[in-house]
Design a protein around this ligand. Structure first.
Ligand code: CIR
Length: 256
């Protein structure tokens, strides 16, 4: 299923997480203690799979700071540190950049370009980048300029009504892609074997694959069976509170 990552960067959930940016206010308020417990379980799961986890302390000024994925996209010894499309999140990237710089060459995105890591999906030698609310054309051009020379073809994916590209899809390895029904046409994401996720389990289109183990939301039994049938072992995690803030599993780490 491809070489598993060895290092994960994560960032703790701040107390201010109750004020995270949301598209629609959740029916029940975010319970921060529970969100912290969900995050702790996620970090423990990564460690149980042999990853070294570098955990950046939370910053109360940034309610969404645990969603580190959005700060950067990393491939081939290069990190492109983005510029958030969501203004309230600008500044989250500074400590993430500092950690990345210990491991890889760091490049940046300058205004007016915006790019968030949650819009970037790598499948082999292609980097699909969602063009939507958070990532603009200039951000995609910057990704092409940085990753093109090291062999990644950058492909723009137009999106409407989708927060981040990876809200609706995630790559498991071995040619298998999870993709939420009714969102993006599978053909837009190349020659992959798409496992279509039912509408009532859309949140489970975002999973994290570490080798042949898949971290998946625990309340998605149909998707779980489909992933297991595709040859993976599923490690179920509670994502209830994280989801209230429009978060999902890939958002909680940067894998190197
Ligand atoms: C936001 O709106 O930016 C956060 N509340 C959620 C970010 C989730 N990140 C992701 O899907 N990659």
């Amino acid at each position: 299923m491809g070489a598993p990552s060895r290092l994960a960067i994560t960032r703790g959930v701040p107390r201010s997480f109750a004020m995270a940016t949301v598209r629609v206010r959740p029916a029940e308020p975010i319970q921060v203690e529970r969100a912290i417990a969900e995050h702790d379980a996620y970090v423990a799961a990564l460690r149980s799979l042999g990853l070294e986890v570098v955990q950046i302390p939370p910053d109360e000024r940034h309610p969404d700071c645990c969603f580190v994925e959005d700060c950067a996209v990393v491939h081939g010894g290069v990190a492109l540190v983005g510029r958030h499309g969501e203004r309230t999140r600008r500044g989250e990237e500074t400590p993430v950049l500092e950690v990345l710089a210990n491991h890889v060459r760091v490049e940046s995105v300058k205004a007016p370009a915006t790019l968030e890591g949650g819009d970037c999906l790598r499948i082999g030698s292609r980097l699909y980048v969602g063009h939507g609310q958070r990532t603009n054309s200039a951000g995609i051009a910057r990704a092409r300029a940085v990753f093109g020379p090291i062999g990644l073809e950058v492909i723009e994916v137009p999106m409407a009504g989708i927060l981040h590209l990876k809200c609706v899809c995630s790559y498991l390895g071995g040619g298998k892609l999870l993709l939420a029904r009714g969102t993006i046409a599978p053909s837009k994401l190349g020659d992959v074997d798409a496992i279509i996720v039912d509408r009532d389990e859309t949140h489970a289109a975002n999973c994290v694959a570490i080798g042949d183990v898949v971290l998946a939301p625990r309340d998605a039994p149909v998707t779980r069976r489909a992933v297991e049938n595709a040859g993976f072992r599923v490690l179920p995690l509670d994502t209830t509170e994280i989801r209230k803030a429009d978060g999902s599993l890939t958002c909680l780490s940067i894998l190197l």
